[in-house]
Write a protein that binds this ligand. Structure first.
Ligand code: PAF
Length: 280
């Protein structure tokens, strides 16, 4: 695996691949890689001739009070994991490549990005859409791979790619979980051993809500009970649990519709914000 930081180097390598008729897969990340990221790299390796992964902790998707400074950074471990997963190229852009002096351009997906996560992290999807646009322009991939753990992020990026006619196919990869159901996330590293024991309750609760809804309980009743049970098990604050249309992310009515729906949640366990979702 080659590692490059300069945009000219990245472009030269990708241009030569394309001249050779190779397809290019891309996995954008913020590093602190876990098996969830690696499964996306493996998917790209299976579906494309060449795979690029980027690691860049993007400041514009963090609010001033969030964990930008403490976000885990472990480049050597990440490089080893990517190498073992047959990634071809690691792009580690410099901050001034991503946000050149005087930069001011932003990409926004205002409606989809304001729902769910957007209510609690209003800056988040503007930052994601902006940096992913930059990365797509830099890497110029044929396909880009995103984990379904960040379900809303996948929908926002699909919307953006359609709206801006970006020549890239978005491929979602399934959420990877620990044996006890906790969705793999770089932020799990913040959990204390006691909190790590409590954390799987988030996923278990989503499954309980789904079963109750399938058995005829209204979303409102099932969700209210779930929030109480999560708070009793040690979660400090459940920001939301919502049953939504899997594409528009609008709340579903009182009956389970026959189109794909998602149960989606964010909750705080100590100083760690966990998110999860399952198909309904
Ligand atoms: O999902 C992430 O790790 C980030 O939001 C992404 C897509 C790499 C953009 O910074």
């Amino acid at each position: 695996m080659q590692t490059v930081s300069a945009l000219e180097d990245l472009r030269k390598i990708v241009r030569n691949w394309k001249l050779d008729g190779k397809s290019v897969g891309f996995v954008p990340t913020m590093g602190a890689l876990h098996q969830g990221h690696i499964s996306l790299v493996q998917l790209s390796v299976t579906e494309c001739d060449k795979t690029v992964c980027s690691i860049y902790v993007n400041p514009t998707q963090f609010a001033p009070h969030e964990d930008l400074d403490s976000y885990p950074r472990q480049i050597i471990e990440d490089q080893n994991l990517l190498e073992a997963a047959d990634c071809d190229l690691l792009f580690l852009p410099e901050p001034e490549t991503m946000y050149p002096p005087g930069e001011e351009t932003r990409v926004d997906v205002p409606e989809l990005g304001a729902k769910l996560e957007g209510q609690f992290r209003p800056h988040f999807f503007g930052g994601v859409a902006t940096v992913v646009t930059k990365l797509f322009n830099q890497v110029q991939p044929d396909k880009a791979f995103f984990g379904e753990k960040d379900f809303q992020q996948v929908q926002v990026i699909k919307r953006m790619v359609t709206d801006l006619s970006m020549p890239v196919e978005i491929v979602p990869g399934p959420t990877l979980r620990a044996d006890d159901g906790l969705a793999l996330s770089s932020r799990n590293a913040y959990l204390t051993p006691e909190q790590r024991q409590i954390a799987p309750a988030l996923n278990a609760t989503l499954h309980r809500v789904a079963i109750r809804m399938r058995n005829g309980t209204s979303p409102e009743q099932a969700i209210t009970a779930a929030i109480t049970s999560l708070e009793l098990s040690g979660f400090e604050k459940v920001e939301y649990i919502e049953a939504v249309d899997g594409q528009t992310l609008d709340p579903i009515g009182s009956d389970l519709p026959d189109y794909p729906c998602r149960l989606i949640t964010a909750a705080w366990l100590g100083k760690t914000r966990l998110i999860d979702n399952i198909a309904l």
